[in-house]
Design a protein around this ligand. Structure first.
Ligand code: G3P
Ligand code: CA
Length: 261
């Protein structure tokens, strides 16, 4: 399945598969082997051969798009408090690696621009815009990726964000994230209607919701299917047999071994 990428600095076509292998997307970087959403985790994934990395984006108190999963800094840094209550300077003083292991002490909460820089010339970037960020998050994130020398896809659980991105950057691959519960509630036909209405170009369900009928109907509607988050190699193989186009995983090393081209 192909998605044209008309950005002049990105002449290549967005390809979901390399031979029989779907796109392998390293979830928060190689997050089983390095602290999630740090430059170390993104570098490790890309050096190991992952085609793409996924990152999570929130806004700092002063409006900078920063790469961290939770709305609070407590779990993955040396600090405490809401990301949205801390300035970029305050966030940059936190250690985002020591919690994972002493070898990663000194890793910082990256900006989205820094992650774009690490991916340039090495791999693609899935940018997840976190729920509730509204137009300020969309504006800041799109600004940060506007000159990216790498292929960028945007994903979100938030329908308002999906609609905003679809309007602002119709050229970007754009995926709507669905929990298993939400997918079950909508049903396959409802998922496709909602995704198309929101203006997304692919669906990104939890892997347990990627049933053969959903995959078939999505493909019939021209929508690739990008699943998250799969770390078990047997499940990866089954999902590829069912036709998924991308697999997001904390273990890109496992995926690359389990899924030959
Ligand atoms: O790639 C989608 C996946 O990252 C969504 O869930 O909570 O890991 O951001 P979460
Ligand atoms: Ca995510």
């Amino acid at each position: 399945m192909h998605h044209p990428s008309p950005h002049p600095s990105r002449p290549e076509t967005w390809t979901w598969r390399e031979g029989a292998r779907p796109l392998v997307v390293a979830h928060r970087g190689a997050s089983a082997l390095a602290p999630e959403n740090t430059l170390a985790a993104f570098r490790l994934a890309l050096e190991g051969g992952a085609a793409a990395v996924e990152c999570d984006v929130h806004l700092s108190a002063d409006g900078a798009p920063v790469v961290i999963h939770d709305a609070r800094v407590d779990r993955t840094t040396s600090g405490t408090g809401q990301v949205a209550s801390l300035t970029l300077d305050e966030l940059r003083r936190l250690d985002a690696g020591a919690w994972f292991g002493p070898a990663f002490a000194g890793e910082r909460v990256p900006t989205l621009g820094e992650v774009v820089g690490v991916c340039a010339g090495r791999g693609r970037l899935f940018v997840e815009l976190k729920v509730g960020g509204g137009p300020p998050l969309v504006d800041a994130a799109l600004q940060a990726v506007s000159a990216a020398a790498t292929d960028v896809a945007v994903i979100s659980f938030d329908p308002e964000i999906v609609q905003l991105v679809a309007r602002r950057r119709p050229d970007l691959p754009l995926g709507w994230l669905l929990t298993a519960g939400h997918a079950a509630q909508l049903g396959a036909a409802g998922v496709l209607r909602a995704v198309t209405t929101a203006g997304a170009g692919f669906i990104a369900p939890h892997f347990s919701a990627a049933t053969p009928p959903l995959i078939e109907q999505a493909h019939a509607a021209g929508l690739p299917v990008s699943v998250w988050t799969v770390d078990d190699p047997g499940t990866m193989v089954d999902l590829v047999a069912a036709g998924v186009d991308a697999i997001t995983t904390n273990r890109p090393d496992v995926a690359l071994r389990a899924l030959p081209r």
